[in-house]
Design a protein around this ligand. Structure first.
Ligand code: ACO
Length: 348
């Protein structure tokens, strides 16, 4: 059995910067409220017309491929994690394959929201371990700005999220003890609806049985109806306090699981790269694990929460800053909608 390593990591963030004060032009909010609750100062929003989740993913992929010292023709599998795909279907993986003019390799899309990238990394790790593929491109990319509502009614959601992309190339590790040591994946669907976008979807019979959403007919229906759009039901929904409570339990749990599986303790971590959900969540986890500031990487202040893109963007920035060096013990951890949560422990 081979182990896999991250041979190249890259990221892309759009040029348009929106500060907290900029958001207060659209809704009743303030820089003070946002910074105090989330740590976010500004975020990037993609160009409305020119950029998509796929195009941002491509920019990040180009950097990761170059840093891995290969070309796009060496990629033999694509895994694309996003909750904001260009189309409802097909997924972004095939669009990336087409736009980058890659060979006719397999493309898999992953819909695991904030933990999507760590899940994708775990899938890629299995394919490298078995020897099925040699150079897997793993992408996490989000264009949240297009589906969010910038009115006061959605301010608890729309001040948190930003756009961007990150990517990694996974290859077989060449040194003994190097690479991804283990990955740990979990889910609990009991609260699936409390951090979710309920429409469009195929569940309208369950959610709308008392509402005249469908014509009275035996077959067929609509994934989305005009009244769902008008009422705001087709917007992202989040019960923030409930998410917070669960996240601060599951983050440390899955990090400790990864450490225990490899006979390490928190003291051995050189850098924790958590999903950038909320600075308060990361600080709480840091405190629980007893980690000093320089062992936890945070960049939510600049980018907001970029969901599936947040871990690879943070890892790429940490690598560029010289905080991820050969031999370091790096822990990636994520928690998000589903709920799903995951970790990966890497000997770089
Ligand atoms: N600006 C000003 N006021 C606001 C805003 C805003 N952007 N958003 C909400 N408020 C108001 C509310 O209307 C409410 O007012 P009221 O008391 O008059 O009704 C008040 O602030 C408190 O609202 P809550 O939603 O209870 O705010 P809370 O203090 O819980 O903070 C937050 C909200 C920041 C979302 C918090 O719950 C949180 O951090 N939750 C974790 C969720 C999270 O991090 N999600 C990230 C995505 S999921 C993931 O990545 C894991």
């Amino acid at each position: 059995m081979y182990s896999s390593k991250i041979a190249g990591i890259g990221h892309y963030v759009p040029k348009n910067v929106y500060t907290n004060n900029d958001l207060s032009r659209f809704m009743e909010t303030s820089d003070e409220w946002i910074q105090e609750r989330t740590g976010i100062k500004e975020r990037r929003f993609a160009d409305r017309y020119e950029e998509t989740t796929t195009t941002m993913g491509i920019e990040a992929a180009k950097v990761a491929i170059e840093r891995a010292g290969i070309t796009k023709d060496d990629i033999d599998f694509i895994i694309f994690a996003t909750l904001s795909p260009d189309y409802y279907f097909p997924g972004c993986g095939v669009l990336l394959q087409r736009e980058m003019q890659m060979k006719e390799v397999g493309a898999l899309d992953i819909r695991n929201q904030c933990s999507g990238f760590v899940y994708a990394l775990s899938v890629a790790d299995q394919f490298i371990k078995t020897g099925m593929y040699k150079n897997i491109l793993v992408v996490g990319s989000e264009k949240h700005s297009f589906a969010m509502d910038f009115e006061t009614r959605s301010r608890n959601v729309s001040v948190i999220f930003g756009d961007g992309a990150g990517a990694a190339v996974l290859q077989r590790a060449t040194k003994e003890g190097q690479g991804i040591l283990s990955t740990h994946l979990h889910s609990d669907g009991a609260d699936a609806e409390i951090l979710a976008m309920h429409y469009p979807g195929a569940h309208a019979n369950k959610w709308l049985k008392d509402k005249p959403a469908f014509p009275d007919q035996e077959l067929g229906g609509l994934f989305i109806t005009a009244d769902q759009i008008e009422s705001g039901a087709a917007l992202p929904y989040m019960d923030g306090p409930a998410v917070f409570k669960k996240a601060v339990v599951k983050f440390p749990e899955v990090i400790n699981e990864a450490l225990a599986a490899n006979s390490y303790t928190a003291k051995d971590i050189d850098l924790l790269v958590p999903h950038q959900a909320n600075l308060r969540i990361s600080q709480y986890v840091q405190q629980l694990l007893g980690l000093p500031d320089d062992k936890v990487f945070n960049n939510i202040q600049k980018y907001g929460n970029t969901t599936a893109a947040s871990v690879p963007i943070a890892l790429s920035e940490a690598w560029e800053a010289g905080k991820v060096k050969e031999g370091d013990l790096i822990c990636l951890a994520a928690f998000g909608s589903g709920f799903t949560w995951a970790s990966a422990l890497i000997k770089w």
